[in-house]
Design a protein around this ligand. Structure first.
Ligand code: PLP
Length: 469
């Protein structure tokens, strides 16, 4: 593709994106496709000769869009928001256009330094503990996902508990099996991390929660004591600020001292809800965070930033680097040897890394802190108003007070009715909702956070729910 053709087609592609985003609201949120429908529209073999770009763009309309769930629809209330924005898309585009790799400082000083700087900004924007700032012993890095962040935190915890990498002796260096703890509501990525790390899912304690689905600190203390007495090594605790099913906020202020006394690494996963800390009035969830060893949240969920973008901080970066660093000849360089730079390849699993900070930097600069705060406040107000309606309606039960933007409800007549309502709405294409189970009962999750979701979308959802009630 020549530079001129790229300019022309690039404009067409940007126009296409703008048209698509404008059209999302009028599309059925979930597509009407059966398995194999999309592939059936594709030629069996790759084209022998090149095709014009216009044909590819046309296939976006004919093949791709009809086969998509429209996550950017304002009627998207499923899973989590995954909202995006113009500045973020353009940041992604520029990152692709630069085509640079920021695996070590030397291969892209601006990639590393802008990332470090923006993550320091976020420490201030979210009022996170100062120990996470890069100016001290801590620092932040962009991971692909919260799952990746949890895995890295777990590996660093293993390192701290056993000198796994330093001794190269393996887990056998530990006095007994390493054990991790979280509430039974914690995200499944923790179980997956235990499997990947070779620590065994049987060494993950999924502990009971209270009536608000928060980890019970007494259950944590008891489980740690039991494991210690049995010769096992309590090494890692994952607290959630906003569980996936219920949005529950674990009491970090109560959990932190238990972890400190046990010598266990405390990781705090605030995947979606962490964004709310932009607003001072929602920072109560941060109480006790100064005892956390690591923390993450996903701007790619609720902060207008395209996937993938998970922000991950540690209070002691040396533990992460010790865990994840290897030094082949071809990566040796003066800047690294000087000890004055961050080589982010040592802060996560992959070597290569793209310029993800660009989109985040653009989002923050475009909206400013107050713009982002307004955005969060709008969604929380919508969720609270929606919860009030559920509470007052005789056919629905509000399972618990929504801490922020996630409302959970069920039908008074039981699971079958709840599931039927959810299925009817999803099948109608008018909105997308997700089912979960709380206290053994089917529940409809209403996650309010799409970029363009406003009162009329929430009203329309409520009308549909009540019409089916
Ligand atoms: N943690 C929590 C609490 C979540 O709700 C989710 C996703 O929904 C994740 C982790 C995983 O997020 P990611 O896709 O960034 O790995």
């Amino acid at each position: 593709m020549t530079a001129d053709e790229f300019r022309r087609q690039g404009r067409a592609a940007v126009d296409w994106i703008a048209d698509y985003l404008e059209s999302c609201e009028t599309r059925p949120v979930y597509p009407d496709v059966a398995p194999g429908d999309v592939r059936a529209k594709l030629p069996l073999s790759a084209p022998a000769t090149g095709e014009p770009f216009e044909r590819m763009l046309a296939d976006m309309d004919e093949i791709v869009v009809p086969g998509l769930a429209h996550w950017q629809s304002p009627n998207w209330f499923a899973f989590f928001p995954a909202n995006i924005s113009g500045p973020s898309i353009l940041g992604e585009l520029l990152s692709a256009g630069l085509g640079v790799q920021g695996m070590i400082w030397q291969t892209g000083p601006a990639i590393t330094e802008i990332e470090t700087h923006v993550l320091d900004w976020l420490v201030e924007m979210l009022a996170l503990p100062e120990a996470f700032l890069s100016s001290g012993r801590g620092g932040g890095v962009i991971q692909d996902t919260a799952s990746g962040a949890t895995l890295c935190a777990l590996l660093a915890a293993r390192e701290r508990a056993t000198d796994f990498a330093v001794n190269a002796r393996g887990v056998a260096a530990a006095p007994g099996p390493i054990v991790a703890y979280a509430s039974e509501q914690a995200h499944s990525s923790l179980e997956k991390s235990m499997m990947i790390a070779g620590l065994g899912r049987e060494h993950l304690r999924c502990l009971p929660t209270d009536a608000a689905f928060r980890l019970r600190p007494d259950a944590l203390a008891a489980a740690i004591a039991e494991d210690r007495a049995a010769g096992r090594l309590p090494a890692f605790v994952c607290a959630n600020l906003g569980t996936t099913s219920a949005g529950a906020m674990d009491d970090v202020a109560a959990i932190g001292p238990i972890c400190r006394d046990a010598g266990a690494w405390l990781h705090v996963d605030a995947a979606m809800h962490g964004t709310a800390a932009l607003c001072p009035e929602f920072r109560g969830m941060h109480a006790g965070l100064e005892l956390a060893d690591s923390y993450c949240f996903n701007p790619h969920k609720w902060m207008l930033t395209n996937f993938d973008c998970d922000c991950f901080w540690v209070r002691d970066r040396s533990m992460l680097v010790r865990t994840l660093s290897v030094m082949p000849e071809y990566l040796k360089n003066e800047a690294t040897a000087s000890g004055q730079v961050f080589d982010y390849r040592d802060w996560h699993v992959p070597l290569g890394r793209r310029f993800r900070a660009l989109k985040l930097w653009f989002v923050i600069r475009h909206y400013g802190v107050t713009g982002l705060q307004q955005f969060v406040r709008r969604h929380v107000a919508l969720a609270r108003g929606f919860a009030d309606r559920v509470r007052d309606h005789p056919a629905f039960i509000l399972t618990h007070e929504p801490p922020l933007n996630l409302v959970c409800l069920r039908h008074v007549d039981g699971d079958e009715r709840t599931d039927a309502i959810l299925d009817a709405i999803n099948a109608s294409g008018s909105a997308a909702l997700t089912r979960t189970v709380l206290d053994g009962r089917s529940v409809i999750r209403v996650s309010i956070g799409q970029a363009h979701t406003g009162p009329r979308h929430v009203d329309a959802l409520w009308d549909r729910l009540t019409a089916l009630a």
